[in-house]
Design a protein around this ligand. Sequence first.
Ligand code: ZN
Ligand code: ZN
Length: 361
Amino acid sequence: MTEDRLAKLQIWMQEAGIDLIAIGPTPNMRYLLDFAPIADERLCLLLVGPDAVRMVVPSLNAEQTAGHTAVPLNIWEDSDGPAAALREALSAMPAPRRLAVDGAMRADFLLQLEDEIAPQETVDAGALLAPLRQRKSASEIEMLAAAAAQADQAMAAAIEACRPGVTEAEVAWAAEVAFRQAGAEEVLFTLVASGPNGAYPHHHTGQRELQRGDAVVIDLGASLNGYKSDITRMVHLGAPSEEFLEAHEAVHEANQRGRAAVRPGVGAQDVDHAARSVLETRGYDEYFVHRTGHGLGLEIHEPPWIMAGNDVPLAEGMVFSVEPGAYIPRQFGIRIEDIVVVTEAGVRTLTGYDHELVVKE
Ligand code: ZN
Ligand code: ZN
């Protein structure tokens, strides 16, 4: 499977006039090799040429790397430094005129590479990799579904923990424990934004105690086999106001309309428009301050971007969030977020937790 990915990349790089692609130990490497060593300051590069592939790897990670890939390794020792191994790897390929680099790798890796080669042009490899990574295989979709099921469990635990007098951090901890118990390999974020804090889409979960009358935004994500989860649901402590219920209804409908617009061939921006126009009609557009969604896979945010101006046609296997919101300064915030897959027939929603507002005493 990963040989196919490398082979496709080699065809596409030639079509794009790229002579060399340099990939660090990032989600791009994990995608191409099904493995990436733990990233640190030691030079670790997958070098993809039109006819050859090499990997420069520090000796402490060499054995583990060799167990995951048949790509020839150029191994270096801490006491020697990476320059000779890098030079040897590059000698297997023609001198590159156009270099494409992994935008997520360390800048000093690029500087070390440029000590050895002098390309006329350096571009972001993201444009080459996005078309490959955007369309998930059946096995990737099942991994994302398993990650989403964990997020549902963590959401149940977080909602259970919400009550007056409990801090945001304590609610976040309940979600974190649930993720770990369900087998998540890494908990990425447990955002709990209560009352007026909810008006910040990226609030830093803190020591505020939940109070009766609070709307609580809970946005959770973790990693399972490298694949990410992301879900947002709403809780209200005590009876909600008319004003809150109206806004909640608008966001809820925007989420449903956004997801209902998903099918192959529709532009990414049309999903944004479907969700946004509900909020416009109901007078909340000025409070919806971010794009409708982002792709999800080995990274929590990756293409396709679900926003105005992105006319990329949706295709079977694309996975992304639909997460409209309304943020009323100093009062409350609302966001309802799901992860969806584009299917042949239309759409499948991976996040399963009930969408209705949870009202607790
Ligand atoms: Zn998201
Ligand atoms: Zn989220």
